[in-house]
Design a protein around this ligand. Structure first.
Ligand SMILES: Nc1ncnc2c1ncn2[C@@H]1O[C@H](COP(=O)(O)OP(=O)(O)O)[C@@H](O)[C@H]1O
Ligand SMILES: [Mg+2]
Length: 265
């Protein structure tokens, strides 16, 4: 697998998102340094998924900008953002149709140069392109540990493997920045450890940056180079995992302040 040049910096500047009276993100700024794993953490409802929705074009911010290197992504359509190198996985979506190969090829659809007609007519260029896509999908399956299941129906896989299909599908877009929304949610300890390893391998081999939303603090502390902490849409802390873990604001947000029933999940 070829290591590429450093991915561009992902820069979120002063982004605000409002939903009918509720400020889901309140002037959020964060920078994902090239090739780093940056974790975005915070209690339920803090605005983490909303941030991902802004980054992937599913939600338009009221104010603020998102830049990938010199390119402004703010308010571009999702497919444009994906084509520019930002891919995401979804918090609650696990694929159940088709084989692993089918799902990964679907991930490469956006990269296809041969048009629909050329593919349908099985023109030589389209056939060659299809073969190349399949070979690349196999490499990516190997990287995430799904090679043994390449032609297996997704429905027959364990939950952890199915979550990794979603992960691999995002990688098939050849992203420079990968957005992972709770990649180990619902996994057992062994599956979590395996996924952490995969994230590390992928970053090393594909040379991409990762923005990670995750509730598993052990995983965040092991994987992240930098951590941004959100509470009620505002950034309340950021820095190294060690710094953030000791930050009194962060402890307050997670543990509650004298009103435990309002404490975070
Ligand atoms: N489409 C929406 N319409 C209205 N409110 C929303 C919408 N999406 C999210 N919210 C609200 O915005 C806040 C942030 O939500 P979210 O980004 O999902 O938080 P997190 O992912 O950190 O748990 C929550 O109060 C949530 O209820
Ligand atoms: Mg969420």
């Amino acid at each position: 697998m070829t290591a590429r040049t450093d991915p561009p910096t992902l820069d979120v500047h002063d982004v605000t998102v409002r939903f009918a009276g509720l400020t889901a993100l309140d002037g959020l700024s964060l920078t994902v340094a090239p090739g780093s794993v940056h974790a975005l953490i915070g209690p339920n409802g803090a605005g983490k998924s909303t941030c991902f929705n802004v980054l992937s074009g599913l939600c338009r911010p009221a104010t603020g900008t998102v830049r990938l290197g010199g390119t402004e992504l703010t308010r571009l359509a999702p497919h444009r953002i994906a084509a520019l190198g930002v891919a995401r996985t979804f918090q609650n979506i696990v694929t159940t149709d088709g084989t692993v190969a089918d799902n990964l090829l679907l991930g490469r659809h956006a990269l296809s140069r041969a048009g629909f007609a050329a593919s349908a007519l099985r023109l030589p260029t389209a056939v060659r392109e299809q073969r190349e896509h399949r070979a690349r999908c196999r490499e990516i399956a190997e990287l995430v540990g799904l090679d043994a299941h390449f032609d297996t129906p997704v429905a027959a896989l364990s939950y952890g493997d199915r979550k990794r299909v979603e992960f691999a599908r995002a990688l098939c877009l050849e992203p420079r920045v990968l957005l992972l929304d709770e990649p180990v949610a619902g996994m057992n300890a062994a599956e979590r450890a395996r996924t952490a390893e995969v994230v590390r391998d992928v970053r090393a081999h594909l040379g991409l940056s990762v923005l990670l939303v995750e509730h598993d603090m052990g995983l965040v502390m092991r994987l992240a180079d930098e951590v941004t902490v959100l509470d009620f849409g505002r950034r309340i802390a950021h820095g190294s995992p060690e710094d953030v873990q000791r930050d009194p604001e962060v402890l307050r947000a997670y543990l509650g302040t004298g009103t435990p029933e309002e404490g975070a999940a």
